[in-house]
Design a protein. Structure first.
Length: 211
């Protein structure tokens, strides 16, 4: 009698263990399917950026040899979220100017913001630098380009973003934006005079975006 009870108890334990194992397998399978479903949804298109214009207030190379640059200009940068069901959190976005792969201005931070579905954001930060050290060959090249009437700058925006689908928010992704700006110095007809010395140049160029 005791032997029969022990055998029955052992069988019940094995049956319970099998049920627990299968329950765990089913739960893990459901979690796996949920992750796959969310991953299928979270295939967001990266935001598009357009450099609309740049207003130049100051651009001066100084020093002997020319190794200091003072700049002050305001840009208009627009961003569009092309996704129908995915929002974008811009946790960090810093704008600055490069010339021949050398940073020539300070970084200007754009306040964190959320961009809804199909929404467009427009920012107008000042990008500037006061006696920023530059390589002498960069100074010579800038002087030469300015004398020739046009300087090609690389306006950059580096930051971090997160995607939002319903209540789900992803981890952080790095955002890199590269916009080419051609500034026609000495030709005010190429822009619009603003105030006494500033000139506003229309650019309206799409930017390269990497996430």
């Amino acid at each position: 009698m005791i032997s029969k009870d022990c055998g029955s108890h052992s069988h019940s334990r094995r049956k319970l263990i099998r049920r627990i194992i299968w329950s765990i397998i089913i739960i893990l399978f459901i979690i796996f399917l949920t992750i796959l479903f969310i991953w299928a949804i979270l295939q967001p298109s990266k935001p598009s950026f357009i450099l609309q214009d740049a207003t130049v207030y100051a651009f001066n190379v100084s020093g002997n040899p020319p190794n200091l640059l003072t700049t002050n200009f305001q840009i208009t940068l627009s961003s569009r979220n092309p996704n129908d069901h995915i929002g974008v959190y811009y946790d960090r976005l810093e704008v600055y100017a490069n010339y021949q792969n050398q940073q020539i201005t300070y970084r200007t931070s754009i306040p964190p913001t959320y961009q809804g579905h199909r929404e467009v954001n427009i920012w107008s930060p000042f990008v500037y630098g006061n006696s920023v050290p530059i390589a002498p060959f960069i100074g010579v090249s800038l002087d030469g380009d300015q004398d020739n009437g046009a300087i090609v700058l690389d306006i950059r925006a580096d930051g971090s973003v997160r995607w939002k689908v319903g209540a789900v928010i992803t981890g952080t992704y790095h955002l890199y934006v590269r916009c080419q700006a051609v500034i026609y110095f000495g030709n005010k007809a190429a822009g619009v005079v603003v105030g006494d010395n500033a000139v506003k140049y229309t650019i309206a160029r799409s930017c390269r975006v990497s996430v």
